[in-house]
Design a protein around this ligand. Structure first.
Ligand code: PLP
Length: 396
C-alpha cells in the first residue's frame, strides 16, 4: 500500500515546491531574541518573531522556570481533571483573569486548542457563530467542530456583520468571533462597533487576543483596554507563545459559567496534558512583571512608532496598523521573496508573504517590532530596507 501513497505524496510535495510554496525552516542556534545566530553561523537581527515584549530570553522568566523545576518537577503526566492540576496552574489562571479583568480562566496546551475547544461545548445547531473572514486558522477549525449555523463577514466590515446579525436572529444564541489584531495587516478589530452591534442584536462576543495581548492598549491589556471594554466581552482567548514569554500554552478567559462549562466539556482540555509547572511558574512571574512596571509596553509602543514613522519617511508603503505588526507593501510576490533574501544578506531577518497567505497582488514583507529591539537595531533595519528598497526600485 505505501508505494502508491508514497508516489502520491512525492507528487504533491513536488507541486508545492514548484508553486514556490515549500516552507523551509531556518535553524536558530541561539536563544530567541532581537539578535540571533542561525546554523549557517550568520548573526542576524530578528524582525519576524512574535516576541513582542522581548521576553523569550528574559532572565527573570528563565529563573522562575528553573526554580519551579526544583520545587515542582518536570511534567504532570496527566490531564487537568485526573491528576494534572497544580497550585501553579490555578495561580496562573487567576493571574490571567486579573490581567484581562475577567472572571475566570482555563488553560490549554496552546491557543490553537483553546480555539479548537471553545465552540462545540457552548453552542449547538440552534445557535449561530458569526466570524470575521480573516480569523485565525484555529478559530476556523474550532467552528468546523461545532454544529452551530455559520455566518461570515468580510474583514472588519460592520455592514456585513450587521446583515449577519439580522439573519442570525433566527437562531437561539449568537456569538460574534474576531481576532483582536489581524496578523497579516496589523489592524485592530473595531471592537467598539462590534460591541455596539452585539448589544443591538443580542449577541455575545469572543476576541482572540493572541497578537494583541501585551501589545495593544496603554498597558498591553489588549483590545478590551484599547476600547474601554474591560470585563464586557464574554470570551477572550490568547497564547503564552507570543508576547507573554513565547514558550507554549493558551487560555480562554471570560464569564465564569462559560469557563466552568469548558472545564466540563472542552475536549482539548479534557483529553490533552496540562502544561509543565515551569511554564506556569514563568507565566506567573511574567504577569507580575507586567503589573509592576509598564516599561516593556511603553518601549514596544515607542519602538513601533519610531519604526513606522521612519519607514514612511523613507518612502515605503505601510499598511495602517495599530499593533507591533508593520506590513511593508510590495504587491509583487517575487519581489517580496527577492527583497527578503537581500535583507537577510544585510543581516535583517524578515519574511515575505504572498498569495495565498495574503490576497493576490498584495505581497508584502511583514516586520514585527519588539521591546527587545534597541533604537540601534531599528536604525539598522531601516537602513537595510532603504538600501535594498532603492536597489530594487521600491523607493526612490
Ligand atoms: C498564534 C495564534 C494562535 C495560536 O496560538 P498557539 O498558542 O501558538 O497555538 C491562535 N490564534 C491567533 C490569532 C494567533 O495569532
Amino acid at each position: 500500500m505505501y508505494k502508491d501513497f508514497q508516489a502520491y505524496l512525492q507528487a504533491e510535495l513536488k507541486n508545492i515546491e514548484e508553486a514556490g510554496l515549500y516552507k523551509n525552516e531556518r535553524v536558530i542556534t541561539s536563544p530567541q531574541g532581537a539578535a540571533i545566530k542561525v546554523s549557517t553561523g550568520q548573526n542576524v537581527l530578528n524582525f519576524c518573531a512574535n516576541n513582542y515584549l522581548g521576553l523569550a530570553d528574559n532572565k527573570e522568566l528563565v529563573e522562575a522556570a528553573k526554580k519551579a523545576l526544583d520545587t515542582h518537577g518536570y511534567g504532570m503526566s496527566s490531564v487537568r481533571f485526573i491528576c494534572g492540576t497544580g497550585d501553579l496552574h490555578k495561580q496562573l489562571e487567576a493571574k490571567i483573569a486579573e490581567f484581562f479583568g475577567t472572571e475566570d480562566t482555563i488553560l490549554y496546551a496552546a491557543c490553537f486548542d483553546a480555539n479548537g475547544g471553545v465552540f462545540e461545548p457552548l453552542l449547538n445547531d440552534q445557535d449561530a457563530i458569526i466570524s470575521d473572514s480573516l480569523n485565525h486558522a484555529s478559530i476556523i477549525d474550532g467552528v468546523r467542530l461545532c454544529k452551530a449555523q455559520r455566518y461570515r463577514y468580510a474583514n472588519a466590515n460592520m455592514e456585513e456583520l450587521e446583515n449577519c446579525l439580522k439573519l442570525a436572529q433566527a437562531q437561539r444564541h449568537r456569538l460574534i468571533v474576531t481576532d483582536g489584531v489581524f496578523s497579516m495587516d496589523g489592524n485592530v478589530c473595531p471592537l467598539d462597533k462590534i460591541y455596539e452591534l452585539a448589544e443591538k442584536y443580542n449577541a455575545m462576543v469572543m476576541v482572540d487576543e493572541s497578537h494583541s495581548a501585551g501589545v495593544v492598549g496603554a498597558t498591553g491589556r489588549g483590545v478590551t483596554e484599547r476600547y474601554n471594554l474591560r470585563g464586557k466581552i464574554e470570551i477572550l482567548t490568547g497564547t503564552l507563545g507570543k508576547a507573554f514569554g513565547g514558550a507554549v500554552g493558551g487560555f480562554t478567559t471570560g464569564k465564569k459559567e462559560i469557563i466552568a462549562m469548558l472545564r466540563q466539556r472542552s475536549r482539548p482540555y479534557l483529553f490533552s496534558n496540562s502544561i509543565p509547572p515551569m511554564i506556569a511558574a514563568a507565566g506567573i512571574r511574567m504577569f507580575d512583571m507586567m503589573s509592576e512596571t509598564n516599561e516593556l509596553q511603553d518601549k514596544l509602543h515607542s519602538n513601533t512608532d519610531y519604526f513606522i514613522s521612519k519607514m514612511k519617511e523613507a518612502g515605503f508603503d505601510i499598511k495602517p496598523t495599530e499593533s507591533a505588526i508593520c506590513a511593508v507593501m510590495l504587491y509583487d510576490a517575487k519581489l517580496s521573496q527577492v527583497m527578503a533574501a537581500k535583507l537577510l544578506e544585510e543581516g535583517i531577518y524578515v519574511t515575505g508573504f504572498y498569495y495565498p497567505v495574503v490576497p493576490k497582488n498584495e505581497a508584502r514583507i511583514r516586520v514585527q517590532v519588539s521591546a527587545g529591539h534597541e533604537i540601534e537595531h531599528l536604525d539598522r533595519c531601516i537602513a537595510a530596507f532603504t538600501k535594498i528598497g532603492k536597489e530594487l526600485g521600491v523607493i526612490k
